[in-house]
Write a protein that binds this ligand. Structure first.
Ligand code: PEP
Ligand code: MN
Length: 275
């Protein structure tokens, strides 16, 4: 390595999905229900979030539930519903894959493979999505340090997939008033350490509808490259995570707030949130 070559230069990874660029300076928003439930609710949600400016439809066809008796997701039929609803609204798709045996099928339906918090250290799954051509969003394990999170990302990168997005979704602390504790300092630090795009999940990190907008605003101010937000047309009837799901109207309000924050930072700064 030449002497003048700095060793600590972080190469910023930009992940492209059609004309969506994650990590390229624009704020990318993923929104949709916790789980794929019915075709009708999915189409309604996709259309509503697209109208408010979302880029990517989220929704779980395979759900990692704490209780085996809770709704586990619709599986393969849910994947097709998600793909069709997103296509009808002109959105891309992100959905979770839980099992190495499903990676190929999920990759056929989704633009981004989501690795959930509970699977952050499932090394077999990390290696398998590392072999996929699809970008991967790696959620932080709920009890994981930044170092463990980065090492998990390295499994995917080393398997040959350079398109990794990190997602801060809150960690477990002694605090029980919120579902998890959103670690916003991790957003800035992990960007600094890795150069990978970072998305914040204010829904699972707080577990409370009233906290989703304030934490989204804070995440954008902290330099997040994107947000992933649970939205349901009728949160009270949601099969899972209703208490943290926004209505489309609440989501619309949040979108206009975060856009204003983003613009304020870009106009008053150097045109970039990077140091
Ligand atoms: C989800 O996003 O659907 C989910 C289950 O989140 P997490 O893995 O962060 O708990
Ligand atoms: Mn959820």
């Amino acid at each position: 390595m030449p002497a003048e070559c700095p060793t600590n230069v972080i190469v910023r990874n930009i992940i492209e999905i059609g004309d969506i660029r994650i990590g390229g300076g624009e704020l990318v928003v993923m929104a949709g229900p916790c789980a794929v439930e019915t075709e009708e609710m999915l189409y309604r949600t996709a259309e509503a979030v697209r109208k408010e400016g979302a880029h990517i439809l989220r929704g779980g066809a395979y759900k990692p539930r704490s209780s085996p008796k809770a709704f586990q997701g619709l599986g393969a039929p849910g994947l097709s519903m998600l793909r069709d609803a997103a296509k009808a609204s002109g959105l891309a798709v992100i959905t979770e894959v839980l099992d190495t045996r499903d990676v190929e099928l999920v990759a056929e339906h989704a633009d981004i493979l989501q690795i959930g918090s509970r699977n952050m250290q499932n090394t077999a799954l990390l290696k398998e999505v590392g072999k996929s051509q699809r970008p991967v969003m790696l959620k932080r394990g709920m009890s994981s340090t930044l170092e463990e999170w980065l090492l998990a990302a390295e499994y995917i990168l080393d398997a040959g997939n350079p398109n990794v997005i990190l997602c801060e979704r809150g960690i477990r602390t002694f605090e029980t008033a919120t579902r998890n504790t959103l670690d916003l300092s991790a957003v800035s630090l992990i960007k600094e350490l890795s150069g990978l795009p970072v998305v914040v999940d204010p829904s699972h990190s707080t577990g409370k509808r009233s906290l989703v907008a304030p934490m989204s605003r804070a995440a954008v101010a902290a330099g997040a490259d994107g947000l992933i937000i649970e939205v349901h047309p009728e949160p009270d009837k949601a099969a899972c995570d209703g208490p943290q799901s926004l209505t489309p109207a609440e989501f619309g309000k949040l979108m206009s707030q975060v856009k204003r924050i983003r613009e304020a930072i870009l106009t008053n700064g150097e045109g970039s949130l990077d140091a």
